[in-house]
Design a protein around this ligand. Structure first.
Ligand code: ZID
Length: 227
């Protein structure tokens, strides 16, 4: 069977969870990467059976493993001490992209499917004219560079013929009022990088890289911006 790693699952409301269900129903072993600030809550409600695990075919979603993952850190060396020692992070030995890829490989071997289902734009509710440099660059770091780094780190632990997919939004291609904070530009970068990553990673590891422009889903992230 195939093994999938889905980065960006923290509840049962988002795209990551829906993708987990479909992949599990199709027979894949599903591993997820969960942001440390929501890790404890997610594990708790998952273990207590409080999440919607119903598959379309009558089966039940099984998440084989939950890895702590913060996609703004490429290696553990990049994590500031105050973050490493903070409440939600201190319990985890590793949560940066490189070390997480290695931990996945060690426990499950090479993977076949890699899903990027994460984004964060702290000023998404602000017009571009009101957006700070810091908010803009954070949107890019979390929502766009995270894909580049994810492919860099997981490429070596993917089987040939494997597939990477991320989620984008139409605001990359045109103006969408309410989708601010640099998030439109971050999605444009994600789309442009997808083409180049497909070219490079295709030659280097024989894997595919694609992005899907999503329709609206009332995830936690979408509710936060009032969609
Ligand atoms: P979600 O909140 O379920 O998922 C985001 C996840 O990212 C959460 O689990 C966070 O904990 C996690 N996360 C945040 N920061 C980090 C970090 N530093 N490291 C690791 N994890 C982190 O929301 P979702 O399912 O909406 O988002 C998944 C992907 O879908 C993101 O790339 C979105 O940009 C994308 N997407 C979502 C929607 C939507 O409607 N939900 C749309 C397009 C793309 C969209 O906004 N019409 C209007 C709006 C839209 C589409 C059509």
């Amino acid at each position: 069977g195939k093994t999938a790693f889905i980065a960006g699952v923290g509840d049962d409301k988002g795209f990551g969870w829906a993708i987990a269900k479909r992949l599990n129903q199709a027979g894949a072993t599903v591993l997820v990467g969960t942001w440390p600030p929501v890790y404890d809550m997610f594990k708790k409600i998952l273990e207590r059976g409080k999440l919607d695990t119903a598959l379309d075919d009558g089966g039940t979603l099984e998440i084989a493993d939950v890895f702590p993952l913060d996609a703004v850190y490429d290696t553990m060396k990049d994590v500031p001490r105050e973050v490493r020692e903070s409440k939600r992070y201190a319990q985890h030995a590793v949560f940066a992209l490189e070390e997480t890829a290695k931990a996945v490989k060690k426990k499950y071997g090479k993977i076949d499917i890699l899903v990027h289902a994460l984004a964060n734009g702290p000023e998404v509710h602000k017009d571009l004219l009101e957006t700070s440099r810091e908010g803009y660059l954070t949107a890019f770091s979390t929502s766009a560079y995270s894909l580049v780094s994810l492919v860099q780190k997981f490429g070596p632990v993917m089987n040939e013929g494997g597939s990477v997919v991320s989620l984008t939004y139409l605001a990359a291609d045109g103006t969408v009022p309410g989708y601010g904070g640099g998030m439109g530009a971050a999605k444009a970068a994600l789309q442009s990088d997808t083409r180049t990553l497909a070219f490079e990673a295709g030659r280097k590891w024989n894997i595919r890289v694609n992005t899907i422009s999503a329709g609206p889903l009332r995830s936690r992230a979408a509710r936060a911006i009032g969609f």
